[in-house]
Write a protein that binds this ligand. Structure first.
Ligand code: SAJ
Length: 441
């Protein structure tokens, strides 16, 4: 077939496969982003390969075990039995895949610089099997330029060309773990291709499972949209955390202040103070932007300042508790503390960057006896500290000089807790009303 003919054909062939649900899709990375995406496409009738290098994950999926809060393991089993979803460890499936969606982690290195090694490895694996008419989509949050500067050159080493032989787009994931109001298919999707055809094909693909698709003019624009979203959250969380510190000095209830400000029908969006900012996204993603900006000769300040403030909150929590207990003339290293809820946010079984871990470490460094209780986390290992979740019985609660609410899980019986604990430091406004034995952040 002539060069031109083949290239026009690639676009039409793939478009038709997508429309007829004949396109075979491979999702690389079956985490909180990749697994829900795989399930949605498979439920729509596509044949989906789930490629992950984590043996226990693949085994769990094959045994119908759940490990992602937003995915029902029964769905996975049904889709596997219907031969629509194939969890696999072997990258050979890429040979048969018309669409490849990369959903791998993009963490930070110890020195707080981007670690895109997972994206690089995925690109090299895809390159081995890259063929005519394939669409590659990156969903992992990363710095603007990653697709064009890292993925594209890797794929072009095959001698194939973008927009003719293969297609390449960025479409940021927007999953909010545990948010039942906004499942994946109800969250508008940003798509930006390396060229017009890539954007078109990606828009068509996602429109099969998501109502609202928002195409943008370039792949860098799509990468940057995502970073604006998370930087916006990080900076506002930093702002309200600093506000909480000032409010305490002013002797006003910051939660009441926020409720008051929320009555303004325009120009205000509520954020809430807390013991810190955890999760695998917000503490990390914005630093991808500040890193790239610095490379381009501009030192950002807001992101770094917000990160600093958020990272200070665990220390602030310890200092507040110290002050509270000193008032009761407790000798600090004789007291016992219970941390209630150790995950990075309520009702999500995830410890990554959780402020509770910093709080436990800081108390331990002060030689304070600290335990934790969390219905989602039976055991906890922090460096050489090994802890087991304490049950919330009245006799147990009575043993602690202070209970600190760090993750306000919905399953906790807060009325029982209030009536059983000597003193509660509530960092999440779990108790909107005042009680004599409860102090708020
Ligand atoms: N937090 C506060 N105050 C707030 C909001 C959050 O202290 O007002 C804390 C939380 O307790 C948590 C951390 O910040 O420790 C992050 O919480 P989050 O819900 O903002 O972040 P994630 O990582 O669970 O999910 C977010 C998504 N969240 C929302 O949009 C509500 C969204 O930004 C992304 O889809 C996702 O990160 C991602 O993957 O980037």
């Amino acid at each position: 077939m002539k060069e031109e003919g083949r290239r026009v054909n690639n676009f039409k062939i793939l478009e038709e496969k997508i429309n007829k649900k004949k396109a075979q899709i491979c999702i690389i990375g079956l985490g909180y982003v990749g697994l829900p995406l795989a399930v949605f496409f498979a439920k729509k009738g596509y044949r989906v390969y789930g490629l992950d290098n984590n043996v226990s994950r693949i085994n769990k999926l094959k045994k119908g075990k759940q490990y992602i809060v937003d995915v029902d393991s029964k769905d996975v089993t049904t889709l596997i039995n219907k031969k629509k979803f194939f969890p696999t460890l072997t990258s050979e499936v890429l040979k048969r895949s018309d669409v490849v969606i990369i959903c791998v982690p993009t963490p930070l290195r110890r020195v707080k610089t981007p670690d895109i090694s997972y994206i690089i490895n995925a690109s090299r694996t895809i390159k081995k099997y890259l063929h005519q008419g394939q669409l590659i989509v990156l969903e992992s949050t990363t710095y603007p330029g990653t697709s064009r500067e890292i993925i594209l050159p890797t794929l072009k080493q095959t001698g194939l060309n973008e927009e003719e032989d293969f297609y390449l787009s960025f479409s940021p994931e927007r999953v909010d773990p545990g948010n039942k109001k906004y499942p994946l298919n109800k969250i508008p999707k940003i798509v930006g291709g390396i060229g017009r055809k890539s954007t078109e094909l990606t828009k068509n693909l996602y429109s099969k499972i998501i109502k609202q698709i928002h195409p943008v003019s370039s792949i860098e624009t799509a990468e940057t949209v995502k970073l604006l979203e998370n930087t916006f959250r990080l900076v506002n969380i930093g702002l309200i955390n600093e506000f909480a510190i000032v409010a305490e000095k002013l002797g006003v209830n910051v939660w009441e202040v926020i409720e008051g400000a929320k009555t303004k029908p325009f120009g205000f969006m509520p954020f809430y103070p807390g013991p810190g900012c955890g999760g695998h996204c917000l503490p990390c993603d914005p630093l991808y932007l500040s890193w790239k900006a610095k490379k381009l000769g501009f030192k950002t300040k807001m992101i770094d300042l917000a990160s600093f403030t958020n990272h200070f909150m665990p220390e602030y929590v310890v200092e507040r508790v110290e002050r509270m207990l000193n008032k009761n003339s407790a000798v600090f290293n004789k007291i016992k503390i219970l941390i209630l809820g150790v995950t990075y946010k309520k009702d999500v079984k995830d410890l990554r960057e959780s402020p509770a871990l910093d709080i436990i470490e800081k108390f331990t460094q002060k030689k304070v006896k600290v335990d934790y209780s969390d219905p989602l986390i039976p055991y906890l290992k922090i460096n050489d500290i090994n802890l087991k979740s304490v049950s919330l019985s009245r006799s147990n609660l009575q043993k602690y000089d202070c209970v600190i609410i760090v993750a306000n899980h919905s399953s906790i019986n807060y009325d029982f807790l209030r009536k059983s604990a000597k003193l509660i430091f509530d960092t999440r406004n779990a108790y909107p009303k005042d009680y004599s034995n409860i102090v708020r952040l």
